[in-house]
Design a protein around this ligand. Structure first.
Ligand code: FES
Length: 156
């Protein structure tokens, strides 16, 4: 079976697990994001049809939440907090260090597909500032010198 056919079948399978109700939109998009690590255009079109919802509305939701991406993400999502608490405690330096270590800019994915680097407004744990989240792990009170060792753990 070719890749396109496999993708189509996966999309169909995910959609089939959800009721054709407008309230299912976010849950379907979450399942799509988990499966593909981004939201392929054909998935958004299929969701719109299933829920009888304009494609523009589906895109609106898909682009509103940081959990969703329209571009393929790497195996690990590295989120640098750019909220006020983290920013004043050196969060900006952490982003620059991660860009240097990963050899990518914010918003990009490493060539080997391991890491995607993004910036978020607040991770909701300001007392631990500055923080970086890698997938579901919060790295608190982070300093630049700890970054290479942390990345090494995920590379294994
Ligand atoms: S400002 Fe960084 S967690 Fe809130």
């Amino acid at each position: 079976m070719n890749t396109q056919k496999i993708t189509k079948n996966k999309i169909k399978g995910i959609i089939g697990r959800h009721e054709a109700e407008k309230t299912s939109l976010i849950a379907i998009l979450q399942d799509m994001q988990n499966e593909f690590r981004y939201l392929p255009k054909e998935a958004l079109v299929a969701v719109g049809k299933h829920l009888d919802m304009p494609l523009a509305r589906v895109y609106e939701v898909a682009t509103f939440y940081n959990a969703f991406s329209l571009k393929p993400r790497g195996r690990y999502l590295v989120e640098v907090c750019a909220g006020t608490a983290c920013h004043v405690k050196g969060g900006f330096n952490l982003l620059a260090k991660l860009e240097r270590e990963l050899k990518i800019e914010c918003g990009q994915t490493t060539k080997d597909g391991t890491f995607t680097l993004e910036q978020v407004r607040c991770l909701g744990c300001c007392s631990l500032a500055p923080v970086v989240r890698i997938d579901n792990d919060i790295h608190a009170y982070l300093t630049q010198d700890k970054i290479p060792r942390i990345l090494k753990k995920y590379r294994k």
